[in-house]
Structures are given as structure tokens and as C-alpha cells.
Design a binder for this molecule. Structure first.
Ligand code: GAP
Length: 482
């Protein structure tokens, strides 16, 4: 299972150029992170693998790329202005604000050190009448009662807290469009990519000649003013999603929901190769469901702290299209081309967190192992066991001696050739073993070394990252290794 230490992963991600704190020369901006070169390539690889699986290989799914800012009426109709809230609580002594369900989850996690889940539930069921260990689904009164009893101190100061009641906090970022800042110019940064798809459903029907079942896919930014961001890239205020709204006949809702569970699971386990034992499905409790969903199943990952959500798969029914019909006055029904029956399609929504996928891929891959170096000393090497599909760099080209012009020229020519098809790195300087170590840390599948023999017979050594074994091959055979 997953007992990796988060601080180690964050330090490695910084050291090896994957992720770095944002605005760092100004002391950073809380919970804002930037992707650095390898993180940027990793993100692109994940997107490409998702795109290939769900857009390129699927005649029934089309892509689009919509504007972030939309008419604010969209968010009134979708229910986000009214319902997109998290429960918050303030400590009146310090006026610090906390997300209540996360405070409670942390406490439950602490109780798990001494009690089983059944014992915890039995105890708090007697005290607060709760029937599960998912605080998101509890009533505000139950949350407050739990906090009063089990979390008397402010978790930051450790001094007794003076808690307010539990209240709702809307997560949408508000801003203003144009030069006047009043209520009439309010716009929201979208909290999910999905709504544009519903708003443009009729345009898509009219222009794209689509037939049920079909999906519309979108990748990119979403924003949420999270009360308690944290855990590195897990919960941030600016993040990316890869979402599909898949439209079906109402009676096929369950059938396609099951299919999307399977397709999603396969993508995580067989396309980007997250370890299956670190993944599970979890159905939402009825009180935990988002306002638009009739049923949601999450794919969860076993993070160093607990099982938490990676992807949601929701049965959104006809909720969104019906709401937009009501608020816009437009007809968003679909006409069956055979029967001419008109109806509002239902929607299955698999929604992947791209930012969480980047984090999880790094977390799942990170490892440390013992090996014996050429001088028979035992060493620890950091290895990020990315699958070849996902690894940021596919080949590293290492001329043995920086000062040997022939070796460096040849390395540059091999770079030119391989970089037509792959991300390749040319690493010229330094001790060859240190260069290998650097590539192991980012899990480059193959290191190609150009040495004296290369100049004589046009062979190179190719080193496999897993076995650290090297073999000599002809230059023209390199591509076969991929
Ligand atoms: N359109 C449906 C929707 O947005 P969601 O479960 O709220 O559903 C979908 O979000 C996915 O977006 C989540 O499974 C998660 O991976 C990602 N996500 C949500 N909030 C996030 C945050 N604050 N930081 C990073 N990723 C987030």
C-alpha cells in the first residue's frame, strides 16, 4: 500500500523540475503551484493518452474548447450560485476559517489509529446519530456537535477555539467584466468545464450531425475558491479537468453509467498504469451527492493520508438541459431521427481531475531502491517508475566525454533523428554515473551512451532503467526499443 511521505514527493518534484511553488520570489501564493518542464511534459502525455483513448479512437465523442467566462445566468440556471457550497466554520478567537468536513475527516483519521471504522461509527452514531464516516453527508448540526466534542482546539494554534455555527460558503470565484465594478458586471470563473457543453447543446445538435449516444469532451482550467486547499496538488484553487458529457436515451442511463465506470477504470489502470491496488470505486452517500446528480461513483486513490477522490462519474440525468431550457426559454430537446420522438437526453458525466492525475502519477511512480554500484558499494537510487507511455523523456543521449567533439556531434545528430518522434534529452556534461542517476530519477526508459567504440563501429550502448543492464546495438536499431 501507499506509505509514501508527501514531503518527500514534494521535495523530489521541486528538485527534479516537475512542480514548483508559484510566485516564489515574492514568498509564494498559498497553495499555488507551477508545472516545471518535466511536469509540463507529463501533463501533455496524460492529456495525449486521454485524448487518444476517448476522442481519437471514439467516433461517438467530439472535442471542444470553450471560453472560461460565460454569462452569469448560466451559473444561476445550473444551480451553482445557489448550491455550489462547502460547509465552513470560523474560530471567533482568531477569525480563521476552516472547511468543516475536512476538519472532521482529519479527526476520524486520527481515531483510526486506535479504533476500527466499525468502532468509530458505533461510537459517533450513539453520540450524533450519524450513519456513516463521510462527514460531507452529515447535517450542519451533526457537524457542529462533532466539532464541539472532538475538536475543541483551533488546529493551527492548538488553543481553545470559539466556534461559530456551521455555514455555507460558495466556492465560485467572482470577478467583474469591463470597467465598472458593480453587481451588473459580475462574472464567474467557471467551477467546472461542463456547463458550456449544456449551454451549447442545441448548436452542437444543429451543426455537428451527432446521434445519441454521443459525448462532448473538454479539457482545461476550472477554479474553486476552496476553503481549505492543501495536500500539494490535491486540492488547489486553480486546476484542470478532463470532462465528458455523454448524452444517452433516458432508459440507457444505467447501462452507460456502468460502461463509463469500466472505461474510466481501464484508462487509469491500463493506459497510464496507476497500480490497481491503489484504486477503488466508492458510491456517494445520498446526502453527499452534488445538487445535479442522481447517483455518483468516485474512483478513489489511496493517498498517503487516506482514500480520496480522483475522478467522479455522475448520473446527471436531464437536470442541466432542463434547467437551461427553463432559464433560457430555448428548446434543448433531441429528435430521434427514426421515430421523430422529441425528448431531453440524459447525461453520464465522467470527470477526471487532470491536476490530480499529474499528482497521482508522480506519487504512484515514486520509489527508492537499493543497488550495488560498479565499485560494489550499496547505494539508494530514487526511481520514478513511470510507465513508458507516461515518462516525460523517452531517451537520454549521453556522449561519454564532453570534450570529444566527434562524440558530441554524433550525439547531436542522434538527438535530431529521435526527436522527430520522441521527447529526447541531450545530457552532455558530468560524470556518466551521475547522469544515469539523474535520468533514473525521472525514469527515462533508455539512456544511450556514445563512447570510443561508437566512433569506430557506429554502435552505442543502451541502458535499460529497470535492470540497469547495458547492451550494444547499432545506431539504426535504437527506435526499435520503444
Ligand atoms: N463537472 C463535475 C465536477 O466538476 P467534481 O467531482 O466536483 O465534479 C471533478 O470535480 C474532478 O475535478 C474531481 O474528481 C477532481 O479530480 C477534480 N477537482 C475538483 N476540485 C479540485 C480541486 N480543488 N483541486 C484539484 N482538483 C479538483
Amino acid at each position: 500500500m501507499n506509505n509514501k511521505d508527501l514531503q518527500t514527493i514534494v521535495a523530489w518534484a521541486k528538485r527534479r523540475g516537475f512542480v514548483y511553488p508559484g510566485s516564489s520570489i515574492y514568498g509564494g501564493l498559498a497553495n499555488a503551484w507551477d508545472l516545471w518542464p518535466y511536469g509540463t511534459i507529463l501533463r501533455k502525455n496524460i492529456i495525449d493518452l486521454w485524448w487518444k483513448e476517448f476522442i481519437q479512437k471514439r467516433p461517438d465523442i467530439i472535442p471542444l474548447d470553450a471560453a472560461i467566462l460565460m454569462n452569469p445566468k448560466v451559473w444561476e440556471a445550473s444551480g451553482h450560485v445557489e448550491n455550489f457550497n462547502d460547509p465552513m466554520i470560523d474560530d471567533k478567537n482568531t477569525w480563521e476559517r476552516f472547511r468543516v468536513d475536512k476538519l472532521i475527516e482529519a479527526k476520524i483519521e486520527e481515531l483510526r489509529q486506535q479504533l476500527t471504522d466499525e468502532q468509530i461509527l458505533e461510537k459517533i452514531n450513539k453520540e450524533f446519530w450519524v450513519t456513516n464516516l463521510i462527514p460531507e453527508s452529515w447535517s450542519f448540526d451533526q457537524m457542529k456537535a462533532f466539532i464541539e466534542k472532538y475538536i475543541p482546539n483551533n488546529p493551527n494554534t492548538w488553543k481553545p477555539a470559539n466556534w461559530t455555527d456551521v455555514r455555507k460558503f460558495n466556492l465560485m470565484f467572482k470577478t467583474h467584466q469591463g470597467v465598472i465594478e458593480d453587481e451588473s458586471t459580475v462574472v464567474y470563473l467557471r467551477p467546472e468545464t461542463a456547463q458550456w457543453i449544456f449551454v451549447n447543446f442545441k448548436n452542437i445538435l444543429d451543426t455537428m450531425r451527432v446521434k445519441l449516444p454521443f459525448g462532448i469532451a473538454q479539457i482545461w482550467k476550472a477554479f474553486r475558491n476552496e476553503i481549505t486547499p492543501g495536500n500539494f496538488l490535491y486540492r488547489v484553487r486553480e486546476f484542470e479537468q478532463m470532462e465528458i458529457e455523454y448524452f444517452v436515451e433516458p432508459e440507457k442511463d444505467e447501462e452507460y453509467f456502468e460502461k463509463w465506470k469500466k472505461w474510466s477504470w481501464n484508462w487509469w489502470t491500463k493506459t497510464i498504469w496507476i497500480k490497481e491496488e491503489n484504486l477503488r470505486f466508492r458510491d456517494h452517500e445520498p446526502d453527499e451527492l452534488s445538487h445535479y446528480s442522481k447517483w455518483t461513483t468516485d474512483i478513489e486513490y489511496y493517498f498517503p493520508w487516506w482514500w480520496w477522490e480522483l475522478q467522479g462519474i455522475a448520473r446527471r440525468t436531464d437536470y442541466d438541459l432542463r434547467q437551461h431550457m427553463k432559464h433560457s426559454g430555448q428548446d434543448l430537446q433531441y429528435s430521434d431521427p427514426k421515430t421523430w420522438k422529441r425528448f431531453i437526453p440524459w447525461v453520464i458525466e465522467p470527470s477526471w481531475g487532470l491536476t490530480r492525475a499529474i499528482f497521482t502519477t508522480m506519487l504512484d511512480a515514486y520509489d527508492e531502491e537499493q543497488y550495488t554500484d560498479p565499485k560494489w558499494r550499496t547505494q539508494t537510487r530514487v526511481v520514478a517508475r513511470f510507465h513508458k507511455n507516461v515518462a516525460p523523456i523517452k531517451f537520454a543521449i549521453l556522449p561519454l566525454l564532453e570534450k570529444n567533439e566527434d562524440m558530441v556531434n554524433l550525439a547531436q545528430n542522434i538527438f535530431k533523428e529521435l526527436s522527430q518522434d520522441y521527447m529526447v534529452e541531450l545530457d552532455i556534461k558530468g560524470n556518466i554515473w551521475k547522469r544515469y542517476r539523474r535520468q533514473d530519477e525521472i525514469w527515462t526508459p533508455y539512456c544511450i551512451t556514445i563512447d570510443y567504440q561508437t566512433l569506430e563501429d557506429w554502435t552505442v550502448t543502451i541502458r535499460d532503467r529497470d535492470t540497469m543492464q547495458q547492451q550494444r546495438i547499432k545506431i539504426e536499431e535504437i527506435k526499435k526499443f520503444m
